[in-house]
Design a protein around this ligand. Sequence first.
Ligand code: DGJ
Length: 511
Amino acid sequence: MPRIERAGSHYRFLVDGQPFLMLGGQAHNSSASRAEDLEPFWKSLVGIHANTAEVPLYWELIEPQQGKFDFHLIDEIVAGARRNGLRLVFLWFATWKNGDMDYTPEWLKRDPSTYRHVKDAWGREMWIISPLCEAAREADARAFRAVMEHIRSIDESDRTVIMVQVENETGLLGTDRDYSEQATRLYRGSVPAELMTYLSKNRDNLSASFKAAWAGTNFRGSGTWTEVFGDLAAEAFSAWHVARYVDAAAAAGKQAYPLPMYVNNWLVEGSAARAGNWPSGGPTAHVLDIWKAAAPHIDVLAPDIYYPKFFDVAAQYTRPDNPLFVPETNPLPYFAANALLTFAYFNGFGFSPFGVDDLVENGTVTPRAAELEDVYRMLRPLLPLIARYQYTGKLHPLLQGIAQGEEWAYAVRLGNKLAASVEFTAKYDPEKGRGCGLIMEMGPDDFVVAGSGFKVNFRELEGPLRDAQVLTIEEGTFEGERWVPARRLNGDELNVELPERSRILRVRLLR
Ligand code: DGJ
């Protein structure tokens, strides 16, 4: 079974018993209502050397009449992935999709008295199922369970499907909480003791914004939501109830087939000022801890990162209780380099640009996908080694412009009293991409340098000021963990230079 293994604060995503790093891509929202529409998507993923496809499953099409399930799309999508040698992550678009209820089945949409909606602060019914509605929660969990049972029945021995996203960007868009009578009664009542116990136990590891809010009430240990969480009360309340709802679906699904499960998240970003400007109650950085307490069946809380401040967001979601997985990111060239940060800096296990259905046209990778194709092609043979070296300090991602002022050069400290002086030779153009790569320390004087758009000088950090003597440079690749050399570089080419198209070099130094 695919699973996420935890040892202390280190995580590995295991598929077929081996650490798996996901070079992913997600289909557009409407690409999976007919299997044939996925053809360009499969071609694009194969063309860019991805190893995993993220594809939505729509509750409205899977259970068109209550209790009558139609799984033909699941079968066809799994077959398509297998034909193309890809693993699959299914996305359960159900009660929540981007903070509303668009993907619920028609029978549910037509029956708001049974499947109750959220009310806003003026008492108006919103286009969002109330996280307190038991009938909806049970219906969603029942359908999700049936989906997982079906996946197990067709895929347990092949394991094409390796992980499942439960819902999509949960939370309440347009209100900070449900203002229905039932919700308001609960909101005025006490914070559940179970949550308070969890928070007290984990007080040292809480997210900064959550801790700040709770500190504002002097870490009050009980009371109403407002008494305990102050300004964060409404978002905290929504998070608790949304997470409980989602956890019920995940628990039912795992009972049928316990694949790893995660939730994705609409970030606090842009001009958004208050919960409700972003879907309130989704796993934002403010309420990650509440999600951890409320949703034990969810293995990973995962950010959808569409904005340039990738590093900061990735840092918020990389925690001792949560590994980094980026299930959606911007498909623009500039973002491709963030795959290196994900795997080689944050020790994450997956990276997946959104809407990659048309990256290959007439059998050719389009110019706008060139950067992603280049990064994935370079990373693909390195994945087993990267997985092995995660958490060891021996992986060093190189990104042009990772911080302001670092567009042209910076030095990276390595082991064995060495530093790598990196000079970027690529044109720094956020529209077109940037130089990027990585250095892996294979031994004290033995390095893999991979990527494009930069050159490296190894400098000794002790003794007289000098650069280290390069002994050999080979081009090549890896098969598993075995180095397969190609050209030996010497003479005019005895330089650690990686021009426009990515390549992998093995560099040995003489000390
Ligand atoms: C984030 C959502 O999760 C996706 O399904 C899609 O709607 C994208 N936004 C569009 O940018």
